[in-house]
Design a protein around this ligand. Structure first.
Ligand code: ATP
Ligand code: LTN
Length: 334
């Protein structure tokens, strides 16, 4: 059953309320693969605990992230939607791959450097080995394609290196995955510090537009977005704020940057920001409605979780048995 279709895998951490960065860079693109590929979309709760989480919130966000997957158009009958910690092989393969990942490689990861700077009082080993667990997520399902935002490029390269290294030592074991990074939407920047990526765990709420924010809040946040001292609505160096807003506008409208620049030629920043806010809020309205409907039916979400875990488990178990054999672990005979 797994041989007929190639596999797509991606994950989102339930570490906060999802942003339009998560939406435009990742989730919005997921459903395009559902027909042609066997798709695994995972809520990576084990990755989320590399940063301290409040247990009740982590639990709630895990449900919410699953519901958001569906609200963004992922049909659980056509995609395997599941929670990472429900499939123990992620931890098992994660440990094994730790032993094939070099200290030097992990030390070079920019996400590790950024997150250690932000969480100076909790630079734990999990934060450091985060990329080998991510490699395990991907390699467990013999994944061909991984749709992600561009911030994950370095982690993907490492996953490829780990797969190649393992294959070289033990013979073909893992498919070597490719990243799938969309041209637009791959890097949505903070509305307050446009040199930084928009991140769901940013402490400054004005910097982040969340998928579930109300229309009023979305418009307010865009109105407050940092721009520059000029007055032209054009993209380019020195205009990082406007470039980011233009990018967001084109992602939601399907227009090109040039078309958008023409549309707003001679208009003021205020009018432009309002237009970006309107189109963003209106595009997300159906997602918000569907999310509310899904969250009201916890039993259904639990059923999706169980069904997803079961399907993922079956596939993961096959890869693990191959890996164990190759490494030289003994088999338990009954
Ligand atoms: P955190 O702030 O907790 O690190 P995050 O907002 O970076 O979280 P993740 O759960 O790590 O979100 O990422 C989920 C997906 O969203 C990944 O594919 C990631 O590349 C993508 N993504 C995250 N932020 C952005 C962004 N600003 N622009 C485009 N894609 C993004
Ligand atoms: N590291 C990713 C989340 C993530 C992921 C994955 C993405 C964990 N495992 C596997 C793609 C494939 C992040 O921080 N955005």
């Amino acid at each position: 059953m797994y041989n007929d279709k190639k596999v797509v895998f991606s994950g989102v951490q339930p570490s906060g309320n999802l942003t339009i960065g998560n939406y435009l860079g990742a989730i919005r693109n997921f459903s395009a693969f559902s027909e042609e590929y066997h798709c695994y979309y995972c809520v990576v709760d084990m990755h989320a605990i590399t940063v301290r989480q409040i247990p009740a919130e982590l639990r709630k966000r895990t449900y919410e992230t699953l519901a958001l997957y569906m609200a963004c158009g992922l049909d659980p009958q056509k995609n395997t939607l599941f929670v990472q910690s429900h499939v123990p092989q992620h931890a098992e393969l994660g440990w094994i791959l730790d032993c094939y990942t070099m200290f030097g490689e992990l030390s070079r990861m920019t996400q590790f450097k950024d997150k250690s700077a932000k969480n100076a009082d909790n630079i734990n080993a999990g934060l450091f080995t985060y990329p080998s667990l991510m490699a395990a997520d991907i390699l467990l399902y013999q994944t061909e394609l991984v749709p992600v935002g561009s911030d994950q490029k370095q982690h993907l390269e490492l996953a490829r290196d780990i797969a190649n290294r393992f294959n070289q030592i033990y013979g073909e074991t893992f498919v070597v995955p490719d990243g799938y990074i969309t041209k637009d939407g791959a890097r949505i920047m903070s509305l307050q510090e446009p040199a930084k990526k928009m991140s769901k765990s940013d402490a400054n709420e004005n910097a982040v537009v969340r998928i579930l924010d109300s229309k009023d809040d979305i418009i307010k946040k865009f109105k407050r977005a940092v721009t520059d001292s000029g007055n032209e609505i054009i993209h380019g160096e020195g205009k990082e704020g406007i470039t980011n807003l233009l990018n967001i506008y084109t992602c939601f409208t399907g227009k090109t940057i040039e078309e958008a620049e023409k549309e707003f030629a001679g208009k003021g920043y205020g009018e432009f920001k309002l237009a970006v806010g309107e189109v963003c809020a209106d595009s997300l309205a159906p997602v918000r409605d569907e999310f509310a409907r899904l969250m009201a039916d916890k039993a259904y979400l639990e059923q999706v979780m169980a069904q997803g875990a079961e399907s993922a488990y079956r596939h993961a178990r096959r890869t693990m048995s191959k890996v164990r054999r190759k490494i030289g672990f003994t088999e338990l005979k009954h």
